[in-house]
Design a protein around this ligand. Structure first.
Ligand code: UDP
Ligand code: MG
Length: 205
């Protein structure tokens, strides 16, 4: 203490403060975004969706936009350097002393390693929220969302690919945090308020 950590931007009483991060995970269409909006309104979190940040970046003519577009369509995981940089920039813009929900990240072990390398000095991960839902219901919700989302990956074929990526890669990340007793598992069946009630019971706010 006192020697001035220059890597973070939040300070409190002269002591450098790290961002407090909650990772929000769960299969495609499980309701992460919806529940994150409620946590923003009711529990004072700042919400950053990795998927939304990638889609924003893809919509610009940056050097990564073509790659991002191809990965998203295939339900594959974008290289962590790209995603992590977008997340860090977005966090810094909001101010590092906030409580962040990072939604849809880390999606595989490479994402997690990349995060640790770049972000350990900026942020503390306090918990991982895992929304659990059957594939049947996730697919139903995706097909419903497809009517309005305009997303290239909201269709049955891309959804199947995303389910596979979730099972084969993201579940390992969840298991990793389960080993550290950091996972808050939430039953995501049922209506929005029912799920929020399940979520609130045990959530670190
Ligand atoms: N994606 C990625 N890395 C991330 C987050 C998203 O590569 O950290 C890509 C991936 O191709 C994924 C797509 O973006 O399938 C959509 O992600 P999003 O989180 O928006 O989908 P959701 O799970 O919310 O339906
Ligand atoms: Mg989402």
């Amino acid at each position: 203490m006192g020697c001035g950590n220059t890597t973070s931007t939040g300070t409190k009483d002269g002591v450098t403060e790290k961002a407090r991060v909650t990772f929000v995970l769960g299969g495609p269409g499980c309701g992460k975004g919806t529940q994150c909006s409620l946590m923003v309104e009711r529990d004072d979190f700042v919400h950053l969706s990795a998927g939304d940040l990638l889609r924003e970046e893809q919509a610009t003519d940056s050097k990564d936009s073509k790659l991002i577009k191809d990965y998203i369509k295939e339900g594959k995981i974008v290289p962590v350097e790209i995603t992590c940089n977008l997340i860090l920039k977005a966090m810094q813009k909001k101010g590092m002393s906030k409580k962040f929900l990072i939604d849809g990240f880390p999606r595989n072990e490479d994402n997690l390693q990349g995060w640790n390398k770049v972000m350990n000095k900026h942020a503390n991960v306090v918990q991982v929220v895992f929304f659990e839902l059957s594939e049947d219901i996730m697919l139903e919700r995706i097909m419903k969302r497809a009517e309005t989302s305009g997303r290239a990956d909201d269709n049955k074929e891309a959804a199947e690919k995303r389910f596979n990526t979730f099972k084969n890669e993201t579940m390992k990340v969840i298991k990793h945090f389960e080993g550290k007793k950091m996972v808050h598992k939430v039953d995501a069946t049922g209506g929005i308020e029912d799920v929020y009630e399940n979520l609130k019971d045990g959530l670190i706010v």
